[in-house]
Ligand binder design. Structure first.
Ligand SMILES: C[S@@+](CC[C@H](N)C(=O)[O-])C[C@H]1O[C@@H](n2cnc3c(N)ncnc32)[C@H](O)[C@@H]1O
Length: 354
């Protein structure tokens, strides 16, 4: 199975029907499994373009005038060209013309955890690649896992099979680190609990819906140092965003941090959706019944930063985060055999509780 998410082309592009084509493409681009050693938005310096290096430095291959795009299988920081923009618009219009039926909308929206349970029954723990790159992308994770960092609590939201939590734990030297790994899929939680790496001195996996009314089991308000949200916010419906942000705000300590990565608008996975997958603008149902949203950078920033501080309306009580960083990570993947270009787009950022 491939993981088209972390930086690999998403297994979830337009459902299972696209899996074969995407698999071929994704297998050709191992690079995407391990995003940049230096995060894209921190390393955007074309002067440092490494066309070929040993070992290869992710995030450092820039496509420049005169380059043969099909010479390598992945390029970093590539803006989409006009032809692709046009193709995207045409695809999105086709998707809007064939939305999911009202019957199916309610089928998929009523109990989304059930579809994720099915997903984890089918895919167990080997679907998503281990996210070993996290500490490079989010230096705070390296800091709080140092031996002398003292008591620290990480809440992972939508932890799935533990592909983020377990690699963090594997690198941990802090005897006082605790990872609370939550997911609303009970099957995912079972998978985590059964893992060999499930060390109850440091990790506790629990069922929790980030868009619900309660806080995670055994997590007190204002106690979490870092919340990790990797490809989970996109699984929520737009109506669930506000409550999810409120919950995260509540559990974090003042000054606590959210480490965030998710799908960007116009990503290949969005463009490839075919008929009968469109739920609403930028929100789709995959072939396996799981939902996915594609975010615009400014939209995401405004969801997390809350209403304007000068706003005196009722909303002024809403949670506020400072957007410390929110970058667009773009990558051009090339299927050299078939001469196909595929544009990936992810958003990655850090939001701090004010
Ligand atoms: C695309 S997977 C990502 C899994 C994991 N973060 C990773 O990167 O390997 C999305 C995960 O979010 C979980 N999820 C979706 N909606 C959720 C919700 N409302 N509350 C908690 N978890 C949720 C799903 O069960 C699934 O495990």
């Amino acid at each position: 199975m491939i993981d088209l998410e972390a930086g690999s082309a998403a297994a979830t592009a337009s459902g299972l029907e696209d899996m074969t084509a995407l698999k071929a493409a994704a297998e050709a681009v191992e690079a995407v499994e391990a995003p940049n050693d230096v995060p894209s938005h921190r390393s955007h310096d074309p002067a440092k373009s490494l066309k070929r290096s040993d070992p290869f430095q992710f995030g450092s291959r820039y496509l420049e005038a005169g380059d043969d795009v099909f010479e390598f299988n992945a390029w970093d920081h590539v803006e989409t060209d006009d032809a692709y923009k046009l193709y995207t618009e045409e695809q999105l219009e086709k998707q809007r013309q064939s939305p999911v039926s009202d019957f199916d909308k309610s089928r998929f929206n009523t109990n989304p955890a059930m579809w994720w349970n099915k997903f984890y029954k089918n895919n167990t723990s080997n679907f998503f690649k281990d996210r070993k790159w996290l500490q490079q992308e989010f230096p705070i994770l390296a800091d709080i896992t140092k031996e002398d960092s003292g008591p620290k609590l990480i809440l992972e939201v939508g932890a799935g099979a533990g592909n983020t939590a377990f690699p963090v734990l594997a690198n941990n030297k802090n005897p006082h680190l605790k990872i609370h790994a939550c997911d609303f899929s009970k099957t995912a939680v079972e998978v985590m609990r059964k893992s060999e790496a499930y060390d109850t001195n440091h990790i506790q996996a629990d069922v929790w819906d980030v868009s619900g009314e309660s806080l995670p089991p055994d997590v007190e308000e204002g106690t979490v140092d870092v919340a990790i949200m990797i490809f989970v916010f996109s699984a929520l419906s737009p109506r669930e965003w506000a409550q999810a942000v409120r919950n995260i705000y509540k559990v974090l300590k003042p000054g606590g941090l959210v480490c965030f990565r998710d799908y960007g608008r116009g990503d290949l996975a969005q463009v490839r959706f075919r008929k009968g997958r469109y739920l609403e603008e930028n929100f789709y149902i995959r072939g396996d019944g799981t939902r996915v949203y594609f975010f615009d950078r400014d939209e995401l920033a405004s969801i997390w930063s809350g209403p304007d501080a000068t706003d005196n309306s009722e909303e002024a009580d809403e949670p506020r985060f400072t957007i410390e960083k929110l970058g667009v990570d773009r990558r051009l993947l090339v299927n050299r055999a078939e001469k196909i270009k595929m544009y990936r787009c992810w958003l990655q950022g850090r939001f701090r509780k004010e």
